[in-house]
Design a protein around this ligand. Structure first.
Ligand code: F6P
Length: 327
């Protein structure tokens, strides 16, 4: 097949995730290998609208594989939600003779890409980059593994002080709509309970679990709460629980944006490299408006529509296992 795509633009958008730089590096190097010209758009769709676009050569992406954040910066653009904003962005791409785009981000990024590419007929390939791991069509998203490692390391430290004082700790991790980070953190740190947006654990149910633990002579407990938990975040849950149950001295820790930074784990670097490489190969094969993912260790392409709309299920087996292991 003759490759008609000669000039590609790559950008990162939405929340940054550790490993995005490794993906940018893989895109630039794979595209260069195929004799394409590659451009970086700064600050996602905001930079596209402003024409903030610059040439990227292989050496521009040297020494970044281990760096957190994104060298291309990122933003959440409200202007891109409007047809006028998207038209201005299109004109900037035309001014730079861009044939196709590679978007690294999450749900919002791909929603924008899907609308834009249909309006303006520019092929887009998406690379899943979000710590939340909430995208259908890939087993893991870039940044998830690093975020979970950061959270587990933090909870290990909290465990020491919780144990010393016989305290009950409510630790909040990120995840507005999904409990993937909370569940893996809970299993990895040996928490007594994990509260996720996907299931509805009542305050009475949680108290029951904690009371059972106390009966079994548990002298301290760790409860991991996803920020999007339906009954509230860690502070709210802690308040509701301590109003009814005063066995432990309860404390709250919100790990917050710590989870978004730091050097990516080896797993995230490898995943990001595979996805960056796969995205360029997909463009060369004439694919468009799909997200490249890794499912069962194989590259898989999923239409944007499905990646955005289909819900990635949190494993009920893993939830049950977390409960059993906390006995
Ligand atoms: O989507 C990634 C994420 O880190 C969520 O887990 C979190 O709710 C959100 O971004 C925070 O966004 P911001 O940095 O814009 O406050």
């Amino acid at each position: 097949m003759t490759n008609t795509i000669k000039r590609i633009a790559v950008f990162t958008s939405g929340g940054d995730a550790p490993g995005m730089n490794a993906a940018i590096r893989a895109v630039v190097r794979t595209a260069t290998y195929h004799n394409m010209h590659i451009y970086g758009i700064l600050r996602g769709y905001t930079g596209m609208i402003n024409g903030d676009i610059r040439r990227l050569e292989t050496r521009d992406v040297g020494n970044i594989i281990h760096r957190g954040g994104t060298i291309l910066k990122t933003a959440r653009s409200m202007e891109f939600h409007t047809p006028e904003g998207r038209k201005t962005a299109y004109e900037a791409l035309v001014a730079h003779d861009i044939d196709a785009c590679i978007a690294i981000g999450g749900n919002g990024t791909f929603t924008g890409a899907d609308i834009f590419s249909k309006e303006h007929n520019i092929p887009f390939i998406g690379i899943p980059g979000t710590i939340d791991n909430d995208l259908y069509g890939t087993d893991y998203t870039i940044g998830f593994d690093t975020a979970v490692n950061t959270a587990v390391e933090a909870v290990d430290k909290i465990r020491d002080t919780a144990d010393s004082h016989n305290r009950l700790f409510f630790v909040e991790v990120m995840g507005r709509h999904a409990g993937f980070i909370a569940l893996s953190t809970g299993i990895g740190s040996g928490a007594a309970c994990v509260l996720v947006p996907e299931t509805d654990t009542s305050i009475d149910g949680l108290i029951k679990i904690l009371k059972k633990g106390a009966k079994r002579k548990k002298l301290f407990s760790l409860v991991i709460v996803a920020e999007g938990n339906k009954n509230g975040g860690a502070a709210e849950i802690a308040q509701k629980v301590t109003d009814k149950f005063d066995f432990y001295d309860a404390k709250v820790t919100i790990i917050g944006h710590l989870q978004r930074g730091g050097s990516p784990t080896a797993k995230d670097r490898v995943l990001a490299s595979q996805l960056g490489y796969g995205a360029v190969e997909a463009l060369i094969e004439g694919k468009k408006n799909v997200m490249v993912g890794v499912v069962n260790n194989k590259i898989k392409l999923t239409p944007f529509k499905n990646a955005i709309q289909k819900e990635k299920q949190l494993s009920s087996d893993a939830l049950k296992m977390a409960e059993i292991l906390s006995l």
